[in-house]
Ligand binder design. Structure first.
Ligand code: C5P
Length: 300
């Protein structure tokens, strides 16, 4: 095998409930992930060393040094296999960078699947899931995609069957937000309010909406505990969310730690119209229609 290509989706969190700060610096979550049809492609070619290059929309914002999550993923896989391997990784990027859509996690998941194939390791998904969990809280979900509930840091997953396809619009913002700084802002706001932080609970109405494919019910049950923090750091996102609601979005939330805004549409036509309205009115610089759920990292 001299070249392998893997396609990996972005995600939005349809519920992100953040528990109290843990001693290890993470938060226990109830995190309902939903994979959507915005994809990065990871191409792995035979090479002496593990290297990465990035092409596409957001490529200038991605580090290509040792901090790159795809490089770290390939190294972790080689270490797990107990050998020195090389791979020239090329990432064709369509997922916003530092946008709250798990773009870095997608690239790591893509690199795991691609290198597993390129190097002929044949490791089962459960081994890749374990390596993925050490790389980042969202990486295991990027491997499986679909819709899933994440607990713990978000890495302990159970898959959720959904009753249909949901149609979305995503409005990436200029510049990203660091996930760690959004969680830190969330802690700061909670400390300032003095209110007790409840243990996160799965929203039963949301589960039902996902199960029956009811977009209206899903729209009114979307929630994100990181949203207040993201809006404090990026107040300009508030008017973007309002504009989406005014244009008939069934729900409007910050995606994960942001700053991408996510809008749930009625159907594919409404999603296209909503994306057009958001850009035409200047409420968003760009807006992309997408659907979910879609499958996770897959060889193409
Ligand atoms: O796991 P990952 O590297 O993606 O997490 C990035 C940062 O997000 C962590 O360093 C931590 O500050 C924050 N985080 C958290 N609780 C989680 C997941 C992430 O506080 N469950």
């Amino acid at each position: 095998m001299s070249s392998v290509t893997v396609r990996v989706p972005a995600k939005v969190n349809v519920q992100l409930s953040v528990g109290p700060l843990r001693e290890d610096g993470y938060h226990d979550l109830v995190n309902v992930f939903h994979a959507v049809s915005i994809f990065d492609e990871v191409v792995a070619k035979e090479s002496e060393a593990i290297t990465v290059r990035v092409n596409g929309k957001w490529s200038d914002q991605v580090p290509v040094d040792d901090s790159n999550l795809a490089i770290r993923a390939a190294r972790a896989l080689a270490k797990h296999a107990g050998r020195t391997y090389g791979a020239d990784l090329v990432i064709n990027k369509d997922i916003p960078v530092a946008g709250g859509m798990a773009g870095g996690s997608a690239d790591a998941a893509g690199a795991l699947v691609a290198c597993n194939e390129l190097w002929g390791l044949g490791l089962p998904l459960e081994d890749l899931m374990e390596i993925a969990g050490d790389l980042g809280s969202d990486v295991p979900f990027s491997l499986i995609g679909g819709t899933a509930v994440g607990t713990g840091r978000g890495e302990q997953l159970s898959e959720l069957p959904t009753g249909g396809t949901f149609h979305w619009v995503f409005a990436p913002a200029i510049g990203g937000l660091s996930t760690a700084s959004v969680y830190a802002e969330c802690d700061r706001l909670r400390q300032a309010s003095g209110a007790e932080v409840p243990w996160p609970q799965l929203n039963d109405s949301l589960m039902e909406a996902l199960g029956t494919g009811d977009a209206y019910a899903l729209g009114s049950n979307l929630s994100n505990d990181l949203q207040a923090a993201a809006l404090t750091l990026r107040p300009e996102l508030g008017p973007t969310l309002d504009a989406g609601r005014q244009h008939g979005a069934l729900g409007a939330i910050v995606s994960g730690s942001g700053p991408t805004c996510a809008f749930l549409a009625i159907d594919a036509t409404h999603a296209r119209d909503l994306a057009e309205s958001l850009t035409a009115t200047g409420a968003a610089r760009t807006a992309v229609a997408a659907h979910g759920p879609v499958q996770g990292a897959v060889l193409i």
